[in-house]
Design a protein around this ligand. Structure first.
Ligand code: FES
Length: 159
């Protein structure tokens, strides 16, 4: 009986520490977002920073949610997507920072191999064919790439 109580207290303490860490990370990301905010979004990169075919991961605080996302330079134009496959709720880059297929023509989810068009986010091959990645609004202003929050209910996109 006493052992059960100790175990329960231990797991409660672990749970509370995990909640506290999660909250600290959220507040850190929120502060960073406020520092890097411009009208309508957060500055993610300078235009020259991302060569065509490259990707930059980032987090966005939208409403009360934190979104795991990535910015891609595809043939000179910028797109940003929530880093979540449309097949299952996993990030595309199961292997860190590997978003593109070897030939550079598609974004790939490494869990089951779904292929997405980098320019539109449309899944063209794999178990999510016909669905699209969740796009985030992107604009370029004075050499900075700014990504904004999508509108509507974001609870299903939160980390
Ligand atoms: S989770 Fe991405 S293809 Fe299955």
């Amino acid at each position: 009986m006493r052992l059960t109580i100790y175990f329960s207290l231990f797991f409660l303490a672990v749970y509370l520490v995990a909640l506290a860490i999660r909250r600290i990370i959220f507040l850190r990301d929120k502060a960073r977002m406020e520092r890097e905010s411009r009208t309508g979004g957060r500055v993610i990169a300078r235009v020259g920073e991302l060569a065509p075919g490259s990707v930059k991961k980032f987090r966005l605080i939208c409403q009360k949610y934190r979104l795991d996302a990535f910015l891609v330079n595809y043939q000179g134009s910028f797109q940003a997507y929530v880093n979540r496959c449309r097949h299952m709720e996993t990030p595309l880059d199961f292997v860190r920072y590997q978003f593109f297929t070897e030939d550079g023509r598609h974004l790939v989810c490494l869990t089951h191999g779904a292929l997405y068009e980098p320019g539109s986010g449309l899944c063209v091959e794999g178990p999510c064919k016909g669905l699209s990645l969740y796009a985030l609004p992107v604009r370029v202003d004075r050499g900075e790439v700014i990504v904004g929050c999508p509108s509507g209910d974001l609870s299903h996109l939160a980390e």
